[in-house]
Each structure stands twice: as C-alpha cells, then as structure tokens.
Design a protein around this ligand. Sequence first.
Ligand SMILES: C[S@@+](CC[C@H](N)C(=O)[O-])C[C@H]1O[C@@H](n2cnc3c(N)ncnc32)[C@H](O)[C@@H]1O
Ligand code: SF4
Length: 378
Amino acid sequence: MTPLSLPPASLYVHIPFCASRCGYCTFTSTIYASEKADAYLDALERELRARSCFTPPVFPETIFIGGGTPSVLTLAQLERLFSFLPKSRGEVSCEINPDSCSREKLRLLRDCGVNRVSFGVQTFDPEGLRLLRRRHDSGQAIRAAATALEMGFRSVSVDLINGWPGQTEACVRGDIEKAVNLGIHHLSNYNLILDSSASAYAHYCALLGGEIAEETTGRRFWDISEELLGAAGFEHYETSNFSKPGFRCAHNVLTWRGEEYLGIGLGACSHRGGVRWGNTDDLAAYCRESGVPEKITAYSEKLPPEAKARECAIFWLRLFDGIDLRAFAEKTGFDFLELYRDVLPPLLADGILVLDGENIRVDKQCHPVLDSVLEFLV
Ligand SMILES: C[S@@+](CC[C@H](N)C(=O)[O-])C[C@H]1O[C@@H](n2cnc3c(N)ncnc32)[C@H](O)[C@@H]1O
Ligand code: SF4
C-alpha cells in the first residue's frame, strides 16, 4: 500500500459554480456569484497548501479541473486559480460549458497549461437542449469546440447524454455524427441517469411514463455508438468513453487503474495512502475551514487490504483493456486469480470474463450490463 508520504499521481480541482442548474444534474454546484467565487478560490488555495502534496519538485501526472462549471469563472478568477495550482508535464483537463466559453477564456486556459478541454454539449437537438435546461444552443456548442480545435489544444472532448425523454434513435445518431464531424479527439457518451434529487426529476419521469432508460433502450444506443464511432476511428475504451487512438483521458484512466489522487474543493473525493475521503459539500463551512483539512472532511475510510484489492479490480475492469495481472499483484499485493478463485470458473466458462495470458477483461458484449457482472467481484 502507498504510504501517505508518497505523493498521489493526480490532482482533481472542483469548481462548484454554474450559471444555472440543468434539470438532470445532481453534481455539487451552486449558482455562480462573483464574491462567492472569489472567497472560494481563496479557500481552495488554503486547502491545497494545507494538503501539501504537490510542492516542487513534485508535480501531478495529470490535473483535472471539473465541476460544476470551471468556465463560469471570469478571466481574472481563472488567472487567480492558475496562480496557485501546481504545474504538470502531463494532461491538464478543464471542463467547459459552451454557454460560458469565449476565445479569451480558451486562450487564457491554453496559456496557463491546459492541454485538454471537455465541452458539455449533451445534445445538438434544440428540443433536447430546452428539455435538459441547457443555456446554450447547438451553434454555440459547435463554435466553442471548433475554436478550441483551431487554437491547438492537444485534445478536445465532447460530452453527450443519451436517453432523455422523447429522444429518437435518429437524434442519437445525429448527435454522434455532428460531434464526430467537428473533428474532436474524445467523446463521452453517457446514458441519462435520473436521480430523485435532480430538479426536473418528476417532470422527466412523467414524460418517460416509467420507461426510464431500460436495458433495451440502453443497448440500442450502445450499438449505435459502437457502429458510428467505430467507423469514425474511435476506440471504445470504457463504458461511456470513446477516443481516437492516443487520446484517452489519462486522468480518468489513472483513477480507474487504482492510482491515487488528491481532490480539492467542495465535495471533492481523494484517495491517498490507502485512505479514501470526501470533503464537505457545505460551501460556507468549506470556505471557513479549508485551511484545516480535518475540519472539512465529511467522511474518511481506510479499507482492509483485501477489500481494497477488490475495489481496485472493480474499477480497473471498467476499462475494455482489462487488468494486467502482474501490475494488479504489484499494486494490491493480491493474486487476482487466487483472490477470486471461487467465482472465476463460471464467469470464465460462460465467456463473461476473458483470461488471455497475463490479462483478464470483461467480454465486450457484457459491458452494457457491466454493473451486474461486477457484482460477482465485490
Ligand atoms: C461537470 S459537467 C460538464 C461541464 C459543464 N458543467 C457542463 O455541463 O457543460 C460533466 C458532465 O456530466 C454529465 N452528466 C451530468 N449529470 C448527468 C446525468 N444525470 N446523467 C448523465 N450524464 C450526466 C454531462 O454530460 C456533463 O457534461
Ligand atoms: S450539467 Fe454542468 S452546467 Fe449543468 S448543472 Fe451540472 S455541472 Fe452545472
């Protein structure tokens, strides 16, 4: 197990502000206000210093600035953010809402070291955008991604959501085709997840008439994505993620392979020294106490080694490439085949898991029902 003295591989930075809340979203964020964001950036800097993971010459392999909506910050606030974040020689991602994107913000992000931008597009369909309560139209989304490509970011990604009420198969196809035609490097293609705390939950449920993203619907969307994105040269590397070769999201891949990371900010989760913890999601408390990490910790859990190894296996198997058994043993101290000796024979015999030399993976056909496969390995 990694001792606490070793730095984590990556840094996640949470920006918990949005211009307005989308009907489906339950992420930790609140409506943007300039003074609140200024106070938050001060608090974020205090937390980063207090956690003291990344002081030169130690740099994170990857940084991911997510939210909420990082792009809702003003140019001055973004500049302030980058004045205290560590540098990275690897991938530096930032999430952007097309509604709050401008050429100036993209230039500033690029000049501050961001080399991967991810746009929340969700759909190009006007009715879908209205229903999902997005603030932008499809033209803004297209212009934002095109500008980022023209400005030379190393990787440009788009998020789409499938399965919103009333979305037709033709619309799913149209969304994927429009995204691909932009010339992007990466696509995250999510099925709509409806949580009862989402602001438009009741409205969507009523529209869906109880037919919420059933397995058949999910499966149909999955097949369409495979067909269109495969033909366009994208690799399907994780349940919801597709990329051109060489453009996987390095930050997420590290996390799925069980590498440790520090998350700073409101509600941010971390995994370090074998401990998982999460920050408070009370903005006022966070801004007041962020300089004393113990005071902003909402939960903390150190799993026993075997439970930790099982958790690592479950995350890692999300990747279509599967688990390198030697690397798994090195990381966890457990032999995968030994750890799961009781459950493996039927899973291998039924072709649900595929053992190939030093590699074990979930068969591609089973990925649409991955959660039910992974239940056997908990
Ligand atoms: C933090 S947001 C991206 C940046 C920015 N906030 C935006 O929405 O443009 C991360 C992504 O999560 C996805 N997402 C959020 N809530 C979801 C839900 N309930 N179901 C499926 N995908 C969801 C959306 O695709 C969204 O773009
Ligand atoms: S989807 Fe993005 S913009 Fe919409 S509420 Fe969630 S974090 Fe904010």
